[in-house]
Design a protein around this ligand. Structure first.
Ligand code: SF4
Length: 169
């Protein structure tokens, strides 16, 4: 079965900076179509949980205390790329808004809750290497498409079986 990378926090792992998760229950249904590989670039990059929140500012990642933590984010992104390349992963569902996983938006670097268009470090690296990156909403939309196709297939199969049954009567 093909593999898919999903932000660990979206699957309920408590990897967020504040020790919580971002669970989106429906996403576990991807296991019907893919081998799901949960991954948190910040934890894999060497950061602890909980941790001081960080945001991207002028191309660097800085913690709320002003420390440049870019190296952890780069390490997490490298590990994500290695895993994708080793496992042949071509699709990732990542938590939007995060300085690692954001696919469309990230926080604005001022720690005031504001967001700007942009990508997190890992999301950007994966995309550069041709891996398709979707946020959680797009992931759910893809999932409902896959589930719809699967239901259609099953309905056709059931109809075929009924036809065979009738012709055999
Ligand atoms: Fe979730 Fe990504 Fe943040 Fe880890 S780095 S907690 S996977 S959004």
């Amino acid at each position: 079965m093909e593999k898919i990378l999903i932000s660990a926090c979206l699957l309920g792992e408590k990897t967020r900076y504040d020790g919580r998760d971002n669970l989106v229950e429906g996403l576990m249904e991807f296991t019907k179509f893919y081998d799901v590989v949960p991954f948190c670039p910040e934890v894999e990059g060497g950061m602890s949980t909980p941790r001081i929140p960080s945001e991207i500012r002028n191309g660097a990642v800085v913690s709320q205390e002003g420390e440049d933590v870019t190296r952890y984010f780069e390490r997490g992104a490298r590990k994500a790329l290695n895993i994708c390349s080793f496992l042949g992963i071509r699709l990732a569902i990542l938590k939007d808004g995060s300085p690692s996983c954001g696919t469309k938006q990230i926080h604005n670097g001022r720690f005031n809750g504001g967001k700007v268009n942009g990508m997190g470090v890992t999301a950007a690296r994966l995309k550069e290497k041709g891996i398709k990156v979707l946020n959680e909403e797009e992931g759910l939309a893809l999932l409902s498409e896959l589930l719809g196709k699967e239901a259609e297939k099953q309905a056709k199969r059931a109809q075929k079986e009924r036809c065979h049954g009738q012709s055999g009567e």
